[in-house]
Design a protein around this ligand. Sequence first.
Ligand SMILES: C[S@@+](CC[C@H](N)C(=O)[O-])C[C@H]1O[C@@H](n2cnc3c(N)ncnc32)[C@H](O)[C@@H]1O
Length: 200
Amino acid sequence: MDTLNPAEAHNLRTRKAVNLPYFDNLLKLLHEGNAAVAQGFGRHVHWGYWENPHQADATGADFAEAAENLSQEICRAGQINNGLRVLDVGCGFGGTIAHINEHDTGMQLTGLNLDSRQLQRARTQVVPRSGNRIEFVEGDACKLPFADHSFDVVLAVECIFHFPDRESFFREARRVLKPGGMLALSVSVQPYHIARLMGA
Ligand SMILES: C[S@@+](CC[C@H](N)C(=O)[O-])C[C@H]1O[C@@H](n2cnc3c(N)ncnc32)[C@H](O)[C@@H]1O
């Protein structure tokens, strides 16, 4: 009988827990070196924010710019400032952490994701600068592996629709936030065909 080595067993477990086919496709296309996909979705995996949607041209560069705009809006909503401890749940490839890393100093940044393959990419993509410390942690947003009152800000960018139990997530976010801490999140309103693609 064939047996799995520990790495294969881990991947299998993770994949079953995550089960997001669009990430399987994304990772495959990125692995194949698809430049358009890398430009549009190699850093952020969300739909972005257009100040003026009528000027959107749906190119990779346009998506990338809109994604950066959304990160900026989320950081503004979370009152992100130098020297804070920030948790980004469902961090994808670490795009929001990368954005903060490029704009703020003396930060302690933690990205959390269920999918070890995404975390692996995040770790290679995001290099700490300006006195920032960055870690990417495997775990479930509904059962956060952190002590009470650990963070000044919790972010959740276009991911809570995947969570099996949003009430648990909100309870956990409240638990790990310091008193007076901020939770900032964004959720896209998805037409039916996109919701199916995303597994929501
Ligand atoms: C649309 S992507 C958004 C990624 C990232 N926030 C961004 O904006 O680039 C949704 C993310 O949520 C993650 N996710 C889904 N369920 C999760 C859970 N229960 N705990 C942690 N992460 C989860 C997925 O693996 C994926 O990275």
